[in-house]
Ligand binder design. Structure first.
Ligand code: UDP
Length: 189
C-alpha cells in the first residue's frame, strides 16, 4: 500500500509512481490486457549518467578525479544496489508471467553509504577523502526490497555482487573522464 508524504519535497516523484500504477491497473481492468507493475529499487551499471547526482556515479567520478567523496549525513543510511543486467532479467521474466500486481525487483543486500564510499575507494585505488555534507530533506534512512514474491513467482534473484559491478563499471567511468579531458583540451586549443 505504501506510506508517503503527499506534500514533501519528494512528493511529485512518489505520487507519480503511485498514479502510474493506478493508471496501469485501471487499463488492465477496463481493457482486459496483460499488464505488469515492476517496482525497481536502486540499480547501477555501465552507461549510468555520470552527472545525475546519484551516489554511485558521484562517488566513482569523484574518486577517479581524486576529489573528496561527498557523503550526505553520517553515511549511516542504507541502500540496496542491483546490477542492471540482473534487473533486466527480472523484468523479462515478469513480462512473460501472468502477474498483474506489483513485484519488487532489486538486490536485498543493504549497504551503508559510508561502506559504499570505502568500496569505491578500494575498487578505484583512490586516496581521496570523504567530505561529510548535510543530509537532504526527506532522504530515506533505509531502503531494502523484499523480493520474496519475485523469487517465488519468477524464480529470480540478483547474482552480481556490489564489488563485481563496481569493477565492471570502472572502465565506463574512466572512459567518460578521458573523453571529458580530451574535449576540454580541444576547447582550449
Ligand atoms: N548520497 C551521498 N552522496 C552523494 C549522493 C548521494 O551520500 O554524492 C546519499 C543520499 O543522501 C542517499 C543515498 O546516497 O542517502 C542514495 O542516493 P541516490 O540519490 O543515489 O538514491 P536514492 O536516494 O534515490 O535511493
Amino acid at each position: 500500500m505504501g506510506n508517503v508524504n503527499p506534500v514533501g519535497p519528494r512528493s511529485v516523484y512518489d505520487e507519480a509512481k503511485r498514479f502510474s500504477e493506478a493508471a496501469v491497473m485501471a487499463y488492465n481492468k477496463s481493457h482486459k490486457v496483460n499488464t505488469h507493475l515492476v517496482r525497481i529499487f536502486n540499480t547501477y551499471g555501465p552507461r549510468l549518467q555520470s552527472n545525475d547526482g546519484r551516489v554511485i556515479s558521484n562517488f566513482m567520478m569523484q574518486a577517479l578525479r581524486g576529489e573528496p567523496l561527498t557523503v550526505y549525513g553520517l553515511g549511516s543510511q542504507t541502500r540496496s544496489f542491483c546490477f542492471v543486467s540482473d534487473l533486466v532479467e527480472g523484468i523479462m521474466r515478469l513480462s512473460r508471467s501472468d502477474e498483474a500486481l506489483p513485484v519488487n525487483t532489486g538486490k536485498p543486500i543493504e549497504w551503508t553509504i559510508i561502506e559504499c564510499a570505502r568500496e569505491v575507494l578500494s575498487v578505484t585505488g583512490s586516496k581521496a577523502v570523504t567530505d561529510f555534507r548535510d543530509v537532504p530533506t526527506g532522504d530515506p534512512t533505509r531502503r531494502r526490497p523484499d523480493i520474496t514474491k519475485a523469487k517465488r513467482i519468477l524464480d529470480w534473484e540478483p547474482r552480481i555482487t556490489l564489488f563485481e559491478w563496481l569493477e565492471r563499471s570502472l572502465s565506463f567511468f574512466r572512459d567518460h573522464i578521458a573523453t571529458e579531458q580530451s574535449k576540454a583540451e580541444i576547447a582550449e586549443q
